[in-house]
Design a protein around this ligand. Structure first.
Ligand code: ADP
Ligand code: ADP
Length: 223
């Protein structure tokens, strides 16, 4: 379980995240929804260990993450721009995380193929990121995030750079991939439809605070 208790993050006079308490069961996807500037990214970055907390705590599997650096949290992060390594092949981009885990060549290749299949890009291993469309690049970025078998996947507006029809298609695929792999994820988005498609639960933020929280169906119906 991911548990946030009374989390506050300030930047000078700005309180970006204001006393947020939230929890998420494993295997579930939480969308953090709200207008630009409401504190969604800061909240996600706090979970990742990229922002220091001014108050409160973040716990994962009962462990308080205070003082645990980002790379030791075992989470994967994916952003709007997937930030692929431009000079490496698609397979190497995905395999990088596996190399860190010291998997052998054959096992690594098998796992890369499996991930490419999962994200709908079978046979793309030898391509360079620059030869892929924006949507394909985000699929590769997702495969790379999943390669490390993250306990928790943190997604910050992963589809926002794509055009509307592609975004809708990829949102459906992303939902399916998260469910198939049983991945626990927090998705930051300003797009209500996207949140509804991808997530099990929603937390709606306004000016740093969570003003509504529940299953997607509960929040969807609320006035
Ligand atoms: P969102 O992701 O919902 O667009 P952010 O978390 O990026 O919102 O920002 C929340 C508030 O915190 C905004 O007022 C923003 O200007 C401010 N903020 C975010 N990051 C910083 C930073 N590094 N330094 C100063 N202010 C920041
Ligand atoms: P420092 O060693 O600079 O005082 P901390 O030990 O307070 O830093 O925090 C180290 C990292 O852990 C930071 O990246 C911060 O975002 C994160 N962090 C701090 N407090 C907590 C907390 N209560 N729960 C989860 N993460 C925290």
């Amino acid at each position: 379980m991911l548990q946030l208790d009374e989390v506050t993050v300030r930047f000078g006079a700005t309180t970006a995240v204001d006393d947020v308490t939230l929890s998420l069961d494993e295997g579930q996807v939480l969308a953090v929804l709200g207008p630009s500037g409401c504190g969604k990214s800061t909240l996600l970055r706090a979970v990742a260990g990229l922002e220091r907390l001014d108050a409160g705590s973040v716990r994962w599997r009962e462990r308080d993450l205070r003082g645990v650096p980002t790379h030791e949290r075992g989470f994967a992060l994916m952003f709007q721009d997937g930030q692929l390594f431009a000079h490496a092949s698609v397979a190497d981009n995905i395999g990088y995380a596996l190399r860190l885990r010291r998997l052998g060549v054959a096992e690594r290749r098998r796992r890369v193929d499996e991930l490419l299949e999962l994200v709908g890009l079978p046979g793309y291993g030898a391509r360079r990121p620059a030869t892929l469309s924006g949507g394909e690049q985000q699929r590769v970025a997702l495969a790379r995030s999943l390669a490390a078998d993250p306990g928790l996947l943190l997604l910050d507006e992963p589809l926002s750079a794509l055009d509307r029809s592609l975004r809708e298609r990829l949102a459906g695929d992303l939902r399916e991939i998260l469910v198939t792999t049983g991945t626990t994820a927090v998705l930051v988005t300003h797009d209500h439809d996207e949140a509804f498609t991808i997530a099990d639960r929603m937390a709606v933020m306004l000016a740093g605070q969570v003003v509504q929280e529940g299953t997607t169906a509960e929040v969807w119906r609320a006035p």
